[in-house]
Every structure is written in C-alpha cells, then in structure tokens.
Design a protein around this ligand. Structure first.
Ligand code: GLN
Length: 448
C-alpha cells in the first residue's frame, strides 16, 4: 500500500507534496508489517497518511509553506504526528499549505500554488490545500490538516472530501508551527466521516506537559456511534448563513442536503447567530495579533533562513524577516502589531476579545434549540487561481461561515453534499457543541 501511494505521490502534478522520502516511508511500512505479523490488529496499522507541512517532523523537512523555514528539520515530531505513528500509520511525506497557514486559497505558499483536481485552473482552498488535494486526487488515503479559521473545513468543501476540526484543546498543538494559538487546532482530512473518526480518535488526547491548553479529557473512540440513527436530531439552520452573499448554486446544494437530512429523520430548526458578520473583523484582529507575537521567533538566529549580507544585529533581523516572509504574512504581522500597540490595544484587541465572547455565547443560546448547526462552509465553490490573489479583503470575507465556530472553539465538520455550477464540489458544514465530535461524525456518516 505504501509503495502504491508513493508512486502516486511521485506522479503528483497538482503541487500537493512538498517532501517525499521513499526510504523513510518504506522503513515505517516494514515496521507496520512486523506489527501485523505479530498479530497487532490496530485499525490504522499500515495505512499511509501525509501531513500538512505545518506539523514538524524529524524525518522530513518542515517549512510551514515559508521560505523562512526552507530546508528546516525539526529534532522532534509533533504530538499529532507521533500519535498517528504510534497507531501504526505510515507517513508519506509533507503537504503544501499557505505560508504559516495564513490564507484561504493555498496561493500564499512560498513553494507554489496547489491545483484543485476537479478543475486544475482553480484553487483547492486553504490553508490545508495540499492535504485536501492529496486526499481528493488519491495521492494519499488520508491527511492531517489544521484549522485556525476554517482551514480544514473550507478546502474539504472545495475538494469534495470530509474533514473535521475538533473542539479547541482536544488535539495537542505541540509541534504545530503556531499561527494563532488560541484558535489553532489539528484535525483529519479523509474520504469519509468513518475514516475521519478513526484518525481523530488516534490524534486527540491530553498533552499537559507540552501544550498548556490541551484539555484534560481522555482519548475517545469517535467511531462508537457512527451508525446510530439520527431520527429526531435537531439541526439548527442559522438564517445569517443564507444571506445575499451565498451563491445560488451553493445554496441549492445545501438546501438539497438539508432535505436529505430530513429524509433521514432529522428536524430543521431556524436559529440565529446574530454576530456572524462580526466574526470577520474580530478574527482578523485576534489572529494577526497572536501571529505577530508567535512569528517573532523567526529572527534569523534560532532556526530557518538568515540573510547573507547585513550590518549589525538589528539589520540582520530586518533583512532576514524581509526576505523570509511573504506578503500576506508581513501584512498580518503589521496588523497584529498595530492592534496590540499602546493606544490601539483597547480600541481593537480588547474590543475583539469581548465580541469573541459574545459570539461564543450566541452559540450556547442556539444550542438550547438544536443539537447541531448546519450551513455552507464557504459562500461559493472554488474560485479561479489568481482571481483574488491580490485582494486580501475578498479572501477574508469568504471566511465568514467558518470563523464563528473557530472563535467559539467549537468542533466543526465539513462533508461533501453535492455539486455547484461546473460540477464543482460543495461541502456542508456541521457545527456541534463542545465535545460533540462523535455526534457530528455520526450525522455525516448517516448522510454518506
Ligand atoms: N483563511 C483564514 C486565514 O487566512 C483561516 C486560515 C486557517 O484556518 N489556518 O487566516
């Protein structure tokens, strides 16, 4: 199986893979074979997986899609990578992503854009674009992704695969190159909810010594209720997710999917998430603020790129960062330092934190009326490569449906639900209350 997928990975013409190493993969595959020969029947044993290049790995370079880390090798594996290896998964290599996971189209990668396999003139979504494409194009049976503001759910939607971001704190952030630490979460991207459930079960669990925000909840078997009936499930449909900005073809696919859920016994309940629009300014203050702090470690001293020519130490910092970071990363660092600076902190950052809490409260209000929330993951299907690459605000606005759940720290899943114009995939987003991943996976599995 590993050889089959290595051959597929080597033949990748979509730009999904950033690093492949046959020797590493085949050595892991032989270890899995040995475990199988010893009677080990762990469900993921011997199954290949490829990792978003935001997870550090000791056996492959780790770049976060940035020139700043070109060729960088970590001395250790991220906890999530390690846990999947312990479950017996065989690593196929590293997958392209937007630089430091900042983006919605994968065009912000320093190593080139990734193409959507459904239409190679289109973006795959982002920031976990390489992960979504690897799974959709069968270059890997499963992949890891990370979701700070939608980066698992939106590319899953654009590439016609399934992905889930768990409750914030379920998966350890140790070894995940940090973007916005209060939002970053790892999750699986795979062909079905069933596959995602197996992966998520292996990825989650407390990591108190290495991630202070990792939750003290034991690992769970998220496959336990996959086949349970969803008769009587109350699906909240937020009216704010169906406004004028939603493309007609996406709306039609979502409406049809909701009707399919009704056929399966679910009940639709109209709900309101009144601060949905505010999630954009709130997120684009908080995430850059945290990014500006997290990315200060890339100074040319500790790891990664260092400018060749410089005067004094400060000049070395400046030249290193000017050369190493791409435009979007620089933009976020500037926004972040601005909103955190004296005189603006109260007006921007503190206000954003307060509204973030109100957004989370709105969800708790909604979950009094429903068990899960359903809607689109993005307002449109995948757009053309280059169409929005010099319009950051257009990209930010398209994150409107994934940001609220991220700000609230809720689990969110996206599963394929139909096709829009031109045969492009449309995904349905399901949001659950804290720790309700198993319910989301159950609903998606029944749908599939
Ligand atoms: N598109 C969002 C951003 O650019 C979300 C990215 C993510 O979830 N990593 O920040």
């Amino acid at each position: 199986v590993a050889k089959h997928f290595l051959a597929r990975a080597h033949a990748d013409t979509l730009g999904a893979y950033l690093a492949i190493d046959d020797d590493v993969t085949l050595a892991q595959a032989r270890e899995a074979d040995a475990r199988i020969a010893n009677g080990d029947a762990a469900p993921l044993l011997g199954v290949p997986v490829a990792h978003k290049d935001i997870f550090v790995t000791k056996d492959f370079p780790s770049t976060a899609g940035s020139k700043m880390l070109a060729g960088y090798r970590s001395p250790f594996d991220a906890t999530v990578v390690d846990k999947l290896a312990q479950a017996g998964m065989v690593s196929l290599g590293k997958l392209n992503c937007d630089e430091f996971a900042m983006g919605s189209s994968n065009e912000n990668s320093a190593f080139g854009a990734v193409k959507n396999p459904w239409d190679t003139t289109r973006i795959p979504g982002g920031s976990s674009g390489g992960s979504a494409v690897a799974v959709a194009a069968r270059l890997a049976p499963a992949a890891t992704g990370t979701d700070t503001g939608g980066s698992i759910r939106q590319p899953a939607s654009f590439c016609g695969i399934t992905g889930i971001k768990p409750t914030y704190g379920r998966a350890s952030r140790y070894g995940m190159i940090a973007f916005a630490s209060s939002l970053d979460q790892a999750g699986p991207m795979a062909r079905s909810a069933e596959d995602c459930a197996l992966l998520l079960s292996a990825m989650c669990g407390p990591d108190p010594d290495r991630d202070s925000t990792s939750l003290d909840r034991p690992a769970e078997d998220f496959s336990r209720s996959l086949t349970t009936s969803i008769e009587g499930l109350r699906i909240g449909v937020p009216k704010e997710f169906f406004g004028a900005g939603l493309a007609a073809d996406v709306r039609a696919a979502i409406d049809a999917a909701l009707q399919q859920y009704v056929q399966l016994g679910a009940r639709l309940v109209e709900i309101s998430l009144p601060r949905t629009e505010l999630s954009i300014p709130v997120y684009y203050i908080i995430a850059p603020a945290e990014a500006s702090s997290n990315l200060s470690r890339f100074d040319g001293v500790k790891f990664g790129h260092r400018a060749q020519q410089y005067g004094d130490l400060v000049d070395m910092y400046k030249k290193t960062r000017a050369e190493g970071f791409g435009d979007e990363v620089k933009r976020r660092i500037m926004i972040g330092t601005y909103v955190l600076s004296h005189g603006y902190y109260d007006a921007y950052y503190l206000q954003a934190q307060k509204i973030r809490r109100m957004i989370a409260d709105d969800f708790q209000q909604a979950f009094r009326q429903c068990d899960v929330i359903a809607g689109p993951a993005a307002p449109t299907t995948a757009w053309k490569l280059g169409a929005r690459s010099d319009d950051p605000v257009a990209n930010y606005l398209a994150d409107i449906f994934t940001l609220p759940g991220s700000l609230a720290g809720l689990p969110g899943l996206c599963h394929p639900c139909g096709f829009g114009e031109g045969g492009l995939p449309v995904g349905l987003q399901l949001l659950g209350n804290y720790f309700d991943e198993a319910r989301l996976l159950n609903a998606a599995h029944r749908f599939q």
